[in-house]
Design a protein around this ligand. Structure first.
Ligand code: ADE
Length: 224
């Protein structure tokens, strides 16, 4: 999968891809990330990318031209399956969306800033708008990193144990069961006996029951 991320703060997107699972996915050639500095498409000597909002009001709006030129440039090199805009008024990201996106070949992720992007870009360029939750961040960079992480780990071959993404919370509309590691007893706090029994079938049954109990208690909406 190839992901182009368009941003005015490319530095914010260095570290997330330089560690752990995303780094490994890139090293294995299963994902390629190209961070595009929108400033390179800025207007005039000042490399301007934003301007005042028509109709007045506080906050700058990201201009059409730099973003349109940038996307056109990218589109001249490959076909994109989705052009995604990260925005708090987009559809809330779910595991289902991540599963679908992980099957795509090429996507663009556009990070917004200030008051957002000129509406005409949303009408004519953007194919999908995604929010990572009902709160407002300073820009779309951290949301873009969240999206990439959630999607890249689902690409076959990225995780060592193929089953481990399948047993994640939300993958079957259930939260994950509790997990324990050594020591078996700490401060008198004991690990449930069943997990030490060596009976894999019983352990699986117990985990499934726990997942259901936990979901009922914490996220009953998922069971509907
Ligand atoms: N940009 C600012 N806040 C955001 C959010 N919650 N989701 C996606 N993009 C954003």
């Amino acid at each position: 999968m190839h992901i182009d991320i368009i941003t005015v703060h490319p530095q914010l997107l260095q570290s997330p891809f330089a560690h752990s699972i995303m780094k490994r996915a890139i090293q294995k050639g299963l994902a390629t990330i190209n961070v595009v500095d929108l400033r390179n498409y800025g207007i005039d000597a000042h490399k301007k990318v934003d301007d005042y909002a028509f109709g007045g009001g506080a906050g700058m709006v990201m201009m059409i031209e730099p973003i349109a030129n940038c996307i056109d440039d990218l589109k001249s090199k490959r076909h994109y399956d989705e052009i995604i805009y990260m925005t708090p008024d987009g559809e809330t990201l779910t595991q289902n969306t991540c599963n679908r996106l992980s099957t795509l070949k090429n996507i663009i992720v556009l990070c917004g800033h200030y008051k957002g992007i000129d509406e005409r870009l949303r009408e004519h360029y953007i194919t999908k708008e995604i929010s990572i939750g009902d709160y407002v961040l300073s820009g779309g960079e951290l949301p873009a990193a969240v999206l990439c992480d959630a999607v890249i780990r689902l690409i076959p071959g990225v995780l060592n144990d193929e089953t481990s993404a399948l047993s994640d919370s939300f993958q079957d509309n259930l939260l994950s069961p509790p997990v324990y590691t050594r020591p078996a007893e700490y401060n008198g706090w004991k690990v449930p006996d069943i997990l030490l029994s060596g009976n894999t079938k019983k352990v699986e049954e117990w985990r499934h029951e726990q997942a259901i109990e936990r979901t009922k208690l914490r996220r009953p909406d998922l069971l509907q």
